[in-house]
Design a protein around this ligand. Sequence first.
Ligand SMILES: Cc1cc2nc3c(=O)[nH]c(=O)nc-3n(C[C@H](O)[C@H](O)[C@H](O)COP(=O)(O)OP(=O)(O)OC[C@H]3O[C@@H](n4cnc5c(N)ncnc54)[C@H](O)[C@@H]3O)c2cc1C
Length: 330
Amino acid sequence: MIANATVLRVTFDGARASGVELARGGAIETLQARAEVILAAGAFNSPQVLMCSGIGPADELRALGIAVRHDAPEVGRNLIDHIDFTFNKRVHSSETVGYSLRGAVRMTAGFVRYLRGRRGMLTTNVAEAGGFLKSRPELDRPDLQLHFCTALVDDHSRRLHWGHGYSLHVCVLRPASRGTLTLASADARVAPVIDPRFLSDTRDLDALAQGARLARRILDAPALAQLGGRELYTHGEQSDAQLRETIARHADTIYHPAATCRMGGDARSVVDPQLRVRGVTGLRIADASVMPTLIGGNTNAPSVMIGERAADFIAQTRSARDTVLQRVDA
Ligand SMILES: Cc1cc2nc3c(=O)[nH]c(=O)nc-3n(C[C@H](O)[C@H](O)[C@H](O)COP(=O)(O)OP(=O)(O)OC[C@H]3O[C@@H](n4cnc5c(N)ncnc54)[C@H](O)[C@@H]3O)c2cc1C
């Protein structure tokens, strides 16, 4: 394994992927593949490396001076991600994770308890509960996911608040909005331009607004209502228009980008059903970028499963090749 290296592009011998070029410690190296090249750089970087290798929308590649190897218009398209809105509620109780003098005392006691018996508040994973809901009863499967956190989670915890509280995330499981990933440079060390175009399809805001109403019913139920408190950004907002405006201002990713190198049986798809990149040979992709669309849940386990399937496909290809070689030998 090589760590602390950035793959710059896939190298080719004719139409066949032969290895990768990478940058490591200020030097550029080329690695030769013995069989195939497997790209697994994730939904943002696999399309980037493909485009830097000349596989992508031809006009965009030419504009950056990249020689076009295969015109693949959907590389970097169809970007889809779970859009999420977080209800935050401040409470007076210091029982949740937070910042206060009383909280610091509790945390210190919790630390001692954890060291002694691996018990107490430090055993929390913060995101302690979850659920799947239908925004409308007539739907045949849930279209919203909830995550309940025992702390205030504002702007991915980049914005910290003095005091205590809890939060309830509402996430649209099958968003209709589609974004793009394009190159800012022909150099894969330069970050690509990511435009998720969240809420560009109004159905996503409709689902979030409906989900927010359902989430409020949970917050207002006796078990949580007894903690009292006040919503952080949505306090007193009752009208649909007010809620929608606040949601649109604060909703953000829950880190599940996918589908930028879509798998499919059609000629426009980036990889075929065996994860082989169309237009070249000896190159597969095995990560969340190949998902044809986003799944209705978290993406880590499905990404691992894509890796497992890729391993099966590679093993099948090798055993088929070995069988042919044995026949030739015989
Ligand atoms: C903050 C956060 C929290 C998350 N929480 C959850 C969760 O609770 N549950 C869940 O199911 N999912 C969660 N996810 C999503 C989950 O991590 C992803 O769906 C999953 O990791 C996708 O796997 P992947 O193989 O497609 O890409 P990645 O796991 O992103 O792997 C890509 C790898 O390629 C490397 N790479 C990229 N470009 C290059 C290059 N040019 N050269 C060399 N290496 C390169 C990257 O460093 C990375 O190691 C979370 C994601 C984030 C960011």
